[in-house]
Design a protein around this ligand. Sequence first.
Ligand SMILES: C[S@@+](CC[C@H](N)C(=O)[O-])C[C@H]1O[C@@H](n2cnc3c(N)ncnc32)[C@H](O)[C@@H]1O
Length: 199
Amino acid sequence: MTQLPFSQACENNKEPILGVLRRVFADRSRVLEIASGTAQHATWFAQQLPHVCWQPSEMPANLAIARPRCEEYSGDNLSAPVALDVSQRPWPIEALPDALFTANSLHIMPWESVQDLFAELAGRAAKETLLVVYGPFNYAGRYTSESNARFDQWLAEQNESSAIRDFERVDELAREAGFELLEDNPMPANNRLLVWRRN
Ligand SMILES: C[S@@+](CC[C@H](N)C(=O)[O-])C[C@H]1O[C@@H](n2cnc3c(N)ncnc32)[C@H](O)[C@@H]1O
């Protein structure tokens, strides 16, 4: 058997994230996941939330990482991953679903791409659309832990446009895009799970 792309972080965080998604996605029917990576989240959440049709996506260059795990999924509520670079607008997605999810992506993509993501949602997300974002954030200009400070240093060494984002700046983008923050859930390893809803 060939080895599937694997992220230990996904294994560690998928249960805590699921605990929140079970509640906030209880009345959702379709989820677009941005930056699906190995698709460990996509396949796990699709399996655990059978009422939801899960649409994974990835940057064109990384789509091949997401595909193999999705191909092994046996249920019928997971679509094949589609190419989506949030900075390439308009997105090649016909109708946005009633929920979007992304994990550990806002600190990887450049800030301009984070702005593009919210600009696209401002123009296209329907009223009541949920946006759920998992990852590390700074608050009041401060790291929430020593390990996040070290992680940010490491990120900067990998790519100068990657960085832990300020919660307040992201929330401002969300508000400008017509989204209201509903929840800010603490997660293990100094991460957060943020939930916004389109007004
Ligand atoms: C650290 S990985 C996270 C992957 C997965 N969500 C997870 O939790 O393991 C960051 C992902 O962001 C994706 N990404 C970076 N820039 C992007 C962009 N402009 N549009 C969409 N995805 C992007 C990368 O391709 C990569 O898969």
